[in-house]
Design a protein around this ligand. Structure first.
Ligand code: NDP
Length: 283
């Protein structure tokens, strides 16, 4: 069996087109959804992410503002920038690009973002709302994955879902969203004793560890849906996922590629979250 490939680029284009239509509708009411992205320091990967996010906003008709700050700025000065954005009516969504320089407490910075502008969904109140089944903003990567599953009509009701990786930004919210959709969820981490025994039970397997190629074909149930969140650069400088694509593709039923899978959906859902923040304010 060779798995079908779930094209995240294609799906993200249709999500972005729908966002553009809804943005137009808001504009007729005098509202332009606005996203502020704060970038501290000069991490090359972060620079690329921020540029891509801003470009995607502009293309869909949203307003974007990128605030670039020196890497040696104090935490208090950064918090002041965030507070100012909290009070700015033209800004509906605020995103502080992670990782932050070592001298800053990322949790404190995120908690300073107004929860109703926290389009990344990382604020503790938004994490709590998600956990209790009343989400305001769903974190963009897991939200995009849910959209991918929905687009393929993959039902999670009663399904075995296994998530490898338990970070606050991907694994944990992913588990919550799939649980809410009726799946029986197993959340694995680096201490999981027999990882393959867990992954082999999965009807839907999501891998987000940052360990290139760690999930191989022999760890996958035949016909399973495999979602690869990982973005890693291999020794040849090529982008690869956390799943060994070639061996996994021989076993899975459906698989996301890297690049062109989850990554484009993450950006699309950031636009959705920003749009919805503006729509909520408009009502
Ligand atoms: P983190 O480093 O924050 O978390 C990694 C998680 O994976 C941890 O829970 C860790 O376990 C677990 N883990 C590490 N090694 C193993 C192992 N051998 N077996 C089982 N679990 C393991 O990573 P992120 O969640 O931030 O990111 C994960 C990957 O996803 C990265 O490649 C990142 O670049 C990518 N990413 C992609 C996005 C996209 O848009 N496509 C968005 C965000 C991230 P423990 O808790 O025990 O340490």
């Amino acid at each position: 069996m060779t798995a079908r490939i779930l094209d995240g680029k294609l799906l993200s284009d249709s999500v972005k087109a729908e966002v553009a239509t809804r943005v137009e509708a808001l504009k007729t009411r005098g509202i332009t959804p606005g996203l502020a992205v704060v970038l501290v320091g000069s991490d090359p990967a972060s620079q690329v992410y921020v540029r891509n996010k801003a470009a995607a906003c502009e293309k869909a008709g949203l307003h974007s503002r990128v605030i670039r700050l020196d890497g040696d700025i104090t935490e208090e000065a950064l918090l002041d920038v965030v507070r100012e954005l909290n009070g700015d009516d033209a800004v509906h969504g605020i995103l502080v690009q992670l990782p932050l320089p070592r001298h800053m407490n990322a949790a404190k910075v995120i908690e300073t973002i107004a929860a109703d502008k926290d389009v990344d969904g990382f604020h503790i109140s938004n994490a709590g709302l998600l956990m209790t089944g009343q989400p305001l903003f769903r974190p963009c990567t897991p939200y995009g994955i849910m959209k991918m599953l929905e687009s393929e009509q993959i039902s999670l009701w009663g399904a075995e879902a296994v998530v490898v990786g338990a970070s606050n930004i991907v694994g944990k919210p992913m588990a919550m969203l799939m649980l809410a959709a009726g799946a029986t969820v197993t959340l694995c981490n680096s201490k999981t004793r027999d990882l393959a025994a867990q992954t082999r039970r999965a009807d839907v397997l999501v891998v987000a560890t940052g360990k290139p190629g760690m999930v191989t074909g022999d760890m996958i149930k035949p016909g399973a849906t495999v979602i690869d969140v990982g973005i890693n650069r291999n020794d040849q400088g090529k982008l690869v996922g956390d799943v060994d694509f070639d061996s996994a593709r021989e076993v899975a039923g459906l698989i996301t590629p890297v690049p062109g899978g989850v990554g484009p959906m993450t950006i699309a859902m950031l636009l959705v979250n920003t749009l919805e923040a503006a729509e909520r304010r408009a009502t």
